[in-house]
Design a protein. Structure first.
Length: 376
């Protein structure tokens, strides 16, 4: 296994890519094949993802933002429609809503999990709501079971932002991606598996899968192998260059084959933080439901966060913040009607992401917590 090529202590980085070794050779083979766009590596990656998840099909795309944009469009979301989404998420989630022409309708969160709940989603729904977009913050799957009958009755689609939660499970034991929602994954540099950059959508049926594949390749339906044997090919509709390249897919395939190594390491590190932080007064670890979750990060709530953040950085500890609330961002203020988000705003001032990536050890966790204890 290869940790990031950096002589600094592992805890000096908040997050970092983790490579197993064969990725470089896989990339070289893909480059030497001479097909750098969508190719058979992409289709093999899709098939292996579908087998891993236990679903009929997966559509690979260039990144998770593209996945959410396509998924919202596939769900019929368009100009002027509302999409209920937490403000507590990476801004890419909201950008995807705007790219679809829709308007974000921000929902509040459970302060202990930083996730939306069925209740906070329900409170945000209006007559203009066309979709809800729960974010699996930290890798924890959001349970909307109790809300599903209302969503079905009002024809409101569920599009899951599962960027953090590849490999996690819902309360009933089903993997994220297997609950008949449009589920969007990220394979960015610091995710559980990476394709350098990339994402994927789990479609709801074969017809939707075909439509997504056509749109992600500029509206062109025939596969590349068919196109190069013909003097003509149809462009069936508007599309975007959202395909996942063969080079990226080759890396993703290696990473998927080693998924268990990283998943186990992430769980071990999170549980180590949980133990080490247990007696630290005033610090609360955001609950990811570790029995069902492959955690993306380790986030705590601390008093006087900005001071603690600055002092931890000065001490060489790679802390971060996930995330500044989007309803307060200048880019999105003009696109949504203000509504109270008390839990989001109260906890946003306290959130501190501790160093968390598979190159770390239990000793790194101990070192981080010992420094944190002196900063409070």
């Amino acid at each position: 296994m290869l940790s990031p090529n950096d002589s600094a202590p592992a805890y000096s980085r908040n997050a970092a890519p983790f490579l197993h070794g064969p990725e470089s050779e896989a990339m070289i083979r893909a480059v030497e094949a001479g097909q750098y766009g969508h190719h058979d590596q992409t289709e093999r990656f899709e098939a292996e993802l579908a087998e891993f998840l236990g679903v009929a099909d997966v559509v690979a795309v260039s990144r998770c933002t593209a996945a959410m944009h396509l998924a919202l469009s596939a769900a019929g979301v368009g100009r002027g429609d509302e999409v209920v989404v937490p403000s507590q998420t990476f801004c890419a989630t909201v950008h995807a809503i705007r790219a679809a022409g829709a308007v974000p309708r921000f929902a509040d969160i459970d302060p202990d999990t930083q996730c939306v709940t069925a209740q906070t989603i329900a409170e945000a729904i209006t007559a203009d709501t066309r979709a809800v977009l729960p974010v699996h913050y930290g890798g924890r799957a959001v349970d909307l079971t109790s809300l599903k009958p209302r969503l079905d009755e009002e024809r409101i689609a569920i599009v899951e932002d599962a960027a953090h939660s590849f490999g996690s499970r819902h309360l009933g034991g089903k993997r994220v991606g297997t609950t008949a929602a449009l589920t969007c994954f990220s394979f960015g540099p610091i995710k559980t598996i990476t394709s350098i950059e990339g994402g994927a959508i789990v479609p709801r049926d074969p017809r939707e899968a075909e439509r997504l594949r056509t749109v992600r390749l500029l509206g062109i339906r025939p596969k590349q192998a068919e196109r190069i044997r013909s003097t003509h090919y149809p462009v069936d509709g508007v599309g975007l260059p959202y395909h996942l390249s063969a080079v990226h897919a080759a890396v993703g395939r290696v990473q998927l084959a080693h998924y268990r190594v990283v998943a186990d390491q992430r769980r071990m590190l999170w549980q180590s933080y949980c133990t080490a932080l247990a007696d630290l007064e005033g610090v609360r670890l955001i609950d990811v439901d570790i029995a069902r979750t492959v955690p993306f990060n380790a986030v705590v709530r601390v008093p006087d966060r900005d001071r603690v953040f600055a002092r931890m950085k000065a001490a060489g500890i790679g802390v971060g913040v996930h995330y500044p609330p989007n309803h307060l961002q200048p880019a999105f203020r003009g696109w949504t009607r203000p509504r109270p988000l008390p839990a989001t705003e109260a906890t946003a001032r306290e959130l501190l992401s501790l160093p968390f990536h598979p190159a770390m050890t239990i000793h790194d966790v101990t070192a981080v917590v010992e420094v944190l204890a002196t900063m409070l």
